[in-house]
Design a protein around this ligand. Sequence first.
Ligand code: IMP
Length: 506
Amino acid sequence: MPKKQNRTKLPKDKFFEKIEALGEALTFDDVRLKSGYSEVMPDDVNLESKFSRNILLKIPIVSAAMDTVTEHKMAIEIAKLGGLGIIHKNLTPEMQVQEVCKVKYYLNGLIDKPICVNHNETIEAILKMREKREYGFHTFPVINDNGEIVGIITRNDFDFCDNHSVRAWEIMTKSVITADSKTSLEEVYKIMTQKKKKALPLVDKKGKVDGMYVLKDVKRVLLKNPSGYNLDKKGQLRVGAAIGVNDFDRIEKLIGKHIDVAVIDTAHADTKSVISMLKKIKSYCKIDVVVGNVSELESAKRLADAGADGIKVGQGPGSICTTRVIAGIGSPQVSAVYKCSKVADEYGIPICADGGLKNSGDIPIAIGAGASSVMMGGMLAGTKESPGEVVFKEGRQWKSYRGMGSIGAMETNKGSRERYGQVATGKSELIAEGVEGLKAYKGELKEVIFQYLGGLKRGMGYVGAEDIESLRRKADFMKITSAGKDESHPHDILITKEPPNYQVGN
Ligand code: IMP
């Protein structure tokens, strides 16, 4: 049973307790944060947070596991910006693994299992293998029949080799420079620059290859100011992957490829099958498992008791979601986050507020209500890095954005049908819980995230919170009326130029 701690009372408790006593629940547009005395300058705040027990974030933004939001391009870019991408599961396990690998190998701090070639292989055979497996690299440690390293072949050796029938040992560099398996990245860089080597195999005591570093990757990790990147212990970008409830085969394949966190991604996580899947994964491996979605305290408690390392909150707030109107369920998001965050505080696990954010100001509200991170679909869809092509319509550029429970997504994908518990349903009998549409093209993710973080930092400045945890603890709320909401937006003006962080109608 996971350990529990007593939760200390927080300023926002009184506000939410009163709302709950009335049997009401609130969402983003119903509330604002109270401003207060502050010594915090927005540019000095610390945005580090957690997605799950052990998975850190440099910025508290996670991209949604949706087929129009997160594949490798989004996951790479958002991790470079300090956040985290969750690769969606409307892909075969093999395709999802490939997407994960593209993120993981983007920054190869350490190549865990470098591809080695046997000293007796011909250059022709090596080139054929390289082409067949679509390797983009030309550096191969060469091993003898006992598996010990005897040399290395690099791009130069291939470029200057006219006779492809020669064997690896005939053209390889025999005096290969190696380092011990435990050599640090800094030490590796020193050896590479001193010896002018672009690749450095690591070897164990028996002379067997136990990893390899490549100069350009080492430089990228060490020198290209990756301080803002969200990196794992090996210097590779962090990435998560969505899995379904009956998808153990998928998790086995993904773990082999070193995902940082698995997300059991369902529309309703407070179920027997989700809880048994969670327990099964936790007893199988040490990976962090985030589970969602739920929107009630008791549901969050059951997931925490079953061993969840993070809980994803949100049933029906999504911009493409029709769950609330189709099924009539679901707590408005700010109250849902608050309720579930009580469990998070007791069990020491983070909450991710998933869906329903429209403006940057919704980020400090979600965190103030108790989340440690926010998951975005619509706010990241339509960027250059989201999957899909830009289309032209009515003189503007657009990209598709659709619910994972939309007919389009469910008709073609088991992953989507599974999220909405309709795996065995025939196509004509699907019950949609989402819509399909277009989002205006937003350009590069980094510009978009810059604006979102700008809003979050300003919110923290107004509240006087120097970091994410103090925003969670210090935040207090007030409810606003529809007149208050109108007043919050620009009014009595014909806007002739929209700023980059505000769209009329949001
Ligand atoms: P958004 O950021 O408001 O667009 O919401 C994105 C979130 O909505 C996702 O992270 C999912 O949790 C959720 N979601 C995705 N597809 C659907 C759907 O078809 N119906 C209901 N919720 C969905």
